[in-house]
Each structure stands twice: as C-alpha cells, then as structure tokens.
Write a protein that binds this ligand. Sequence first.
Ligand code: TH1
Length: 808
Amino acid sequence: MDKIYQSKEEFAEQYRQHVRALSGKEFEDTSDIDRFTALAKMIAGDSRVIAAQTDERNRVEGKKRVYYFSIEFLIGRLLDNYLLNLGIRDLVAEAIADMGGDLDVIERQEPDPALGNGGLGRLAACFLDSMAHEGIAGYGNGMRYRYGLFKQEIVDGRQVEVADEWLSKGYPWEVKRPDKAVRIGFGGHVVSRQEGDRTIFSVEGTQDVLAVPYDIPIVGYGGKTVNKLRCWSAEPIDEHFDLDAFNAGDYTGADRDRANAEAISAILYPNDAGEHGRLLRLKQEYLFVAAGIRTLLDTFEREHGKAWGELPDYVAIHTNDTHPAMCGPELMRILMDEKGLPWDEAWDIVTRTVSYTNHTILPEALEKWPISTFSSLLPRIYQIIDEINRRWREGFDMSQPESAERLRATAVLWDGEVRMANLSVICSHSVNGVAKIHSDILKASTLKDFAALRPEMFNNKTNGICHRRFFAEANPTYAKLVTEVIGDGWLDDASELEKLTAFEGDASFLERVGASKRANKLRLAEYVKRECSLVIDPNSIFDVQVKRFHAYKRQLLNIMKVMDLYNRRLADPNFKIQPTTFIFSGKAASSYTFAKEVIRLINGVAEVVNNDPRVNDIMKVCFIPNFRVSNAQLIYPAAEISEQISTAGKEASGTSNMKLMMNGAITLGTMDGANIEIVDLAGRENEAIFGLTTPEVEALRASGQYFAWDIVNSDRARLGRIIDQFVDGTFAGLSGNFESIHHELMFNNDYDLVLKDFHSYVDAWESLTSTYPDAQDWNRRALHNTAMSGWFSSDRTIREYRDEIWHA
Ligand code: TH1
C-alpha cells in the first residue's frame, strides 16, 4: 500500500501545522476537540487529493459510475476507519503519543452522525466502504439532515427523545459545494405547447427551493480509491429576507422563506419500516432524487455528450428501498421535457439504468401516497407516473383467469394511492431481496405477480457488513490475535478468516480467544458503569439483543424469558442457571407506542431484578441508552449470545446477526432472515435454533386455530404468572403497569406468536447456556463462527451487485 505519510515525523510536522492554522495555538495548548478537528480536516484534505486521482482514473478508463440513492446513510465516526483504510493507523497513533496526545481520546471527540434509523442506513454506509475497496466508481446520494435520529434518554424507564444536534461543533469531513446547487420545484401546474409534432410539457407557478450538496470523502481500504457521498440540504432560492417585515418587528415573518425551505432537510423521519404519509417526507424524497439525477446527467453530458442512449452503459442508478422510487419518473421527465427524447426511447434508457432493492415485506412499511397529495406537490411527476401506469395496464395480457387479480396487484395507481414498490419494480431491470429467504418470499408472495410476469429480473443479494469497521476496528484485541496466526490478508479479503478453522483444536489459542472476549466484556462493563451507573459482572454470560424496537423483533419474548427465570429462582432457591447479564439496546420510533412500552417494561424488570439480592448472583438486566454506531462498536465485541428472535418470515435479513457472529457470539435465533445463512455456514450445531419456521407460521395463521388463551392456560405456573405480572404491580415500581402489553398478548391474540415460541425459546436458551462452563468448547464455537463469517463481508455483497446487477 502506498502510504500518504512515510514516517511518524513527517506526519507529526504536518499535523502540528494544521493545528496551528486552525486554532492559532501549539498542539500542546489545544483542546481535544481542536485536535480532532485539525486531524480530520487534514485527513479529509489528503483524501480529496486521492479523490481527484480516482476521478481522473475513472474518466480515462471510461468507467461505469454507480449512483447509490438512499434516504439514509448511517456512516458513524470516520476518523479511525480512514486511518485504517489509508494504512496509517499505527503510525498516527504512535506519532500522537510521541507528541503527548492520545489518538483514542481524539477519536472520541468525533460526532457520530445519526443520518439513518438502523439496518437500512447502516447497510448503505457499509456499501460505500466496500465500493471504494473494490475500486468501483460508486457515489452515495442522500440527505443532509440538520437533526439526525433523536438521542434517546431513559427517564423513569421511559424513552425520551431529544434532538440530535450533530452539527453543533462543526463537521470537518464535509465540504459545501454551492456551485453544484440544484433548483427544485414543488407544486404549480403542468402546461404544454406544440413544437412541430411534439408536445412539450413544463410546470409553471412552482415554489422553488435550492438543493445544496455537501460532499464527504469515502476512503477505500488500500488507499487507492476515494469516492464521495453527496448529501443534499435545502435552502431558500434567493435571499427573500423581508426587510419591511423585519423593521415592523416581525422577525420570524421576515425570514419565513428560509424557515420553510430549511424544514425540508431539518429532520430524519424516525420510522424504521413503519408509519409514513407525511408531505415533508415526500418533499425530502423528491429533493434528493431530483438533485441527484440532475448531477449525474450533468456528469454524463460532460463526459459523453448527448448520447443519452448510452446512459445505461456508463451509469447505474440503484434505489435503496422505495424512498428513491421517483428516480425513474424524474429521469423520464428530464429526458423527455428537457432533452427532447420520445417516451419509448426514454423509457428504454430508464429501465436499463435503474435497479431496486426491497428491504421489507411488512405491509405497513410499503410506501403509499394519496394521489391528491402527490399530484398537487409534484404534478408533472404524477402525470408521468399516470402514463407509466396506463401503459402497464395497456400492455397487460388480460386473457388469463388470474389476469384481473394480477393487474390489481401490480398497478402503480390503485384505490386513490400511488404505490411506490410497484413503481420501483416497473421502472427497474433488477429487483433483489436482502437474504435468501426474503428474496424467496418476495417471489412467492409479496411481489409474486411481478415474479410470474418477469421472473428473470428477480434475484437475491444477501446483505453484508463492513468487516473492517465491525471487526478490525471494533475488536482490536481479537483482530490482533487473528492477524498473528493467519496474517492480515483478511482485511482485504474476508474469506481468509476461514483459515482460522485450523486453530479450532488448539487449546492455548482458544484460551487466548476467550481472554480477548473477556477484555472486551471488561471494556463494555466500564462503559455500562459510566453510562447506566450499573455494575455488571464480566464473569457472567453477556447475552445481547441490540436493534430497533419492533413487535416482530420480539424484544418482548426476550424480557419474558428474564421474567420467567426470575420467577423460577424466587420459587426455588436451588434453581440453577448460568449467571447471565441480559443486555438490550435500541430505539423505538417516537410514535410507536407498543415498542416504547416494551422498552419501559425492560427497564421496569431491570429495576426489580437488579435490586433483588436473591437473584443478583445469577442475573442482571441492562438497557444501554441511545444505541448508535459508536456504542455498537463496543457492544458487539463483548457479546457471547446473539439474540435474533424475530417471528419467522418477518426479518428481511438483519445485519446485527452478522456483526455479532463475526465477533464470536453464538446465535440464539429463529430460522429467519440471514440467520438461515449463518446456520448454513457455521452448522446448526454451532448455533442455537428454536421456534416455528416460516411455513409453520403461515400454516398456523391460515388455520385460524391459534388461541393465545389456550397457550397460557396450558402453563398457568410459568406463562400465566408472567401474564399476571404485566398488570399486578410486580414490575410497576418505576412508572406503572403494562396493560397494553397484556392486551396485545391476550386480547389481540398475540400477533407475533410470542407465547407460541416461548417454551422452545427458553429451553433453547437453557440448553445453550448450560454448555458455557466448558470454556474450551464455547471458545471453539466462537472461533468457528468468526472463521465462517467472512462471507458476510459487504465486499462480497458489493461484488455480487457489481457483477450481476450493475455490470460495472
Ligand atoms: C431493514 C430490515 O428490517 C432488515 O431486516 C434489513 O437487514 C435491513 O433493512 C437492511 O437490509 C429495513 N429498514 C428499513 C427502514 C425504513 C424502511 C424500510 C426498512 S426495512 C425507513
């Protein structure tokens, strides 16, 4: 690897200069935040030099460019990642230590941008890293929210949402590019005029805002490729500042245009696969789509002139879920209204350029917009969608018995709504799911009518994770051990981790694997003590469930297991389990009452359990507030059990399952999402699988023979007791009982089959944890999981996208 600094001394001298230029002080006299800002600006500057070389190389080679459109990019802190990718992490750490500083402390100053909700946003960020590593000319196109996902505080056990002011101390990685701003029009009405035999459409009377880009460099491992992530912010068009209003004392009114425009990029909507329908969200979706399409067409035109027919050869547009679904219609609009192409030519270009990934089959997460809202906000885009829909229907073969139903299921406009998933499919040449079972479900049910018509466009791309961030950086003790025995080639090619299987019989190596886990548990225990004022025992098993709160993810099932163990111990002081710390972390959407109640329940149970000396030798419950990329990097390495317990068929893939596996945790899970591939890779005997399978869930639901009451009545002693405890005050000390949870299980007939899977789950947990005392075998299974996890590197995923979808 060519390094940008050849020696500590060379780095130190440059760094001192940067510190001086930024703060006017000597390094020794600066604050930690000044040290961070100067270092990040310096590395960002170096990266932009490489970015210019990358650009030039791409241009000369005539490389196809991939534009990854995503409304979320959950990038996390970048400094450590970039030092690693540039191959200078050790050099920089030593140089700073020589200067009397501490790189770790400096790195902790970096804001952790929360520009995503969970898996979908983090996946997009992992993909950027992997595209740069693979040398793909790949660009992220997203939103620059002034406030990221809310900060979660826990007050009396309840989630409280606080604004996330991630920009308050500045963000040294980004560069604002006002020269690349794009005018975006909302509202107005469509007018047409005749030019020869062509009708030309345009929109008049729009209210315009300016989309202004901020670029963040994306440094690939190996230091050869630097791509960029472009995030759009909304601003008013001109300075419409109203001096008269201001002079009359109306200060808010004077700046109304600015406030209205800036509202568009003010916040990230906090719904992970859930509620939608807000006008502002639709504005966000159009803003980053229209601005991104404009940018890529300008670049294409600069390089290839007006050869629009060649667009699919040089450009791939990937739409991450349906939020960028307007890519197709917006590209149609520009090709026809501005570049003068006829419909058929434009349509051929669009469908050969655009591809789509579906991330969920939850019906409530499939985006739909009322036609009335949509057509008044985006009249010309609506008109194009209407025409796409009309042609789809017109081309439909109505001769089959199932035709009418098929047309209903695939139409873009139906029942007064615009269906974004159908729009995404129709505008694309490829549709993929994110794990094998999920892609199968898409074909067999969610999108089955499209699959029947166009089977060839459906494919699977099982998700992946950036193994450099979530293993090398997050878990340096383990990573060092791995490198010691198999070399560091795995950083470049994660499949090399498989070489670790050769050490599964090596008792002294396994002991060192155990010791590194222990060090990570101590590190997390210190964090928990600081953040939650709770002492947890690093000798206990760390059982971890960290992810968004959602009914189908069944954090409720997990805490019911804890309640059960607690009850059984109180009933019988001789009841034995392996001492365990039950660790939870995650946010619930602000409007998702049930999920928030589950968080309150976990904290209610924690309050009782953690203060009961009768059980404290065997259990503690720990809710770590404000789950985000930075503390996730502390949690994964410390985990020994990975809880992946969604109702089968519901979790499209999951990615924390992969991160935890790589860090040596054993999966306690259902046969859902990518858990299935984990089992395929590591062997069922090295995980703990329980519960109904997807076909069993479907059959049970279809039978109409599931009765929650029957299940509870068949086990009054354990389940019955837990059900009572939701409402009898046992765990109500912090903030009251849990009637809504009781109601969901007993009166809503337990939609997520928590009661149905309860016994199989608790049994699997007991049987798994009973093997913990055989430390050598536990460590062997942990090592085996790490060894087989390399396939889950997002480098592999991205190579599949490149070869099979983008052909880049
Ligand atoms: C998640 C899926 O729930 C998860 O299973 C998957 O691993 C992850 O995406 C990455 O593929 C989703 N997140 C969102 C977020 C929004 C809308 C839909 C989904 S699906 C806002």
